[in-house]
Write a protein that binds this ligand. Structure first.
Ligand SMILES: [Zn+2]
Length: 248
């Protein structure tokens, strides 16, 4: 029988199960997405306390049994992100970020950069909680779209932005096509939707900058186009839909 498994993990979802148990969906650096059951955690004297909630970054010790679910045998908190939990917009952004990871990375294939990107995003949201959106708080539409773009980059699905994805033309880039794989020129725009310069610039900047430095104050129309470009890219490559990037 295999020995215990030690791993860092971020809790994406936490579901009640039976009388006193919880089932966790977690993202780990070395094992991708895993499912685990924590037994007896809803009893008042549970040694795991309230640490098995979404967004917690944990050190877990797991026991691999015969089922798909591993059993949690030990939990240690790495980061609780307490501040983001009491800031509505930050909490909402954290939930959307975890949901995007859950939908895009649904397997046990290890993708360490996904784990680090999510940890970085939660850290940013936590550090800026209570602040002014777009100034000190990162709970913005721009941040959420940049996070998704970076997830696509890690998955190898980042859209082509520097030249027409169909013919390679570098100028007259006027549209975006998820099927073509990125921006398209005026000769290739059949089947594409219009992408304004501001949206194109935002997509390029969001990929080029670290999450903490993604430009803010971007025009709403440009952000809606950027979100559509990301959604079409996800749909084309992964065949899934993401939740809207912001509450409307
Ligand atoms: Zn073209």
């Amino acid at each position: 029988m295999a020995g215990p498994i030690k791993t860092e993990a971020i809790v994406l979802r936490s579901l009640r199960y039976g009388e006193a148990d919880r089932i966790l969906h977690c993202y780990t650096p070395g094992r991708g997405r895993i499912g685990a059951i924590a037994k007896g955690v809803r009893k008042t004297r549970s040694r795991f306390g309230g640490r098995l909630e979404p967004f917690f970054r944990l050190n877990l010790v797991l026991h691999e049994g015969r089922s798909d679910l591993m059993t949690v045998t030990s939990v240690e908190t790495v980061a609780a992100y307490a501040a983001l939990r009491v800031d509505g917009p930050a909490l909402d952004s954290a939930a959307r970020a975890c949901d995007a990871v859950a939908r895009l990375f649904d397997t046990t294939e290890p993708q360490p950069p996904v784990f680090h990107l999510l940890a970085n995003e939660l850290q940013l949201l936590d550090a800026g909680a209570g602040g002014v959106r777009g100034v000190s708080s990162h709970a913005t539409h721009e941040n959420q779209l940049a996070f998704r773009l970076k997830l696509l980059l890690v998955a190898g699905f980042a859209p082509q932005l520097s030249a027409c994805a169909s013919c390679g033309e570098a100028d007259h880039l006027v549209g975006f096509s998820g099927a073509a794989g990125g921006v398209v020129c005026s000769s290739c725009e059949a089947g594409a939707f219009r992408l304004d310069q501001a949206a194109h610039t935002f997509l390029t900047d969001a990929l080029a900058h670290p999450l903490a430095q993604v430009p803010n104050g971007v025009d709403g129309r440009a952000l809606r186009q950027a979100e559509r470009a990301i959604a079409e890219t996800v749909e084309h490559h992964v065949g899934t839909h993401l939740r809207a990037a912001t509450a409307r």
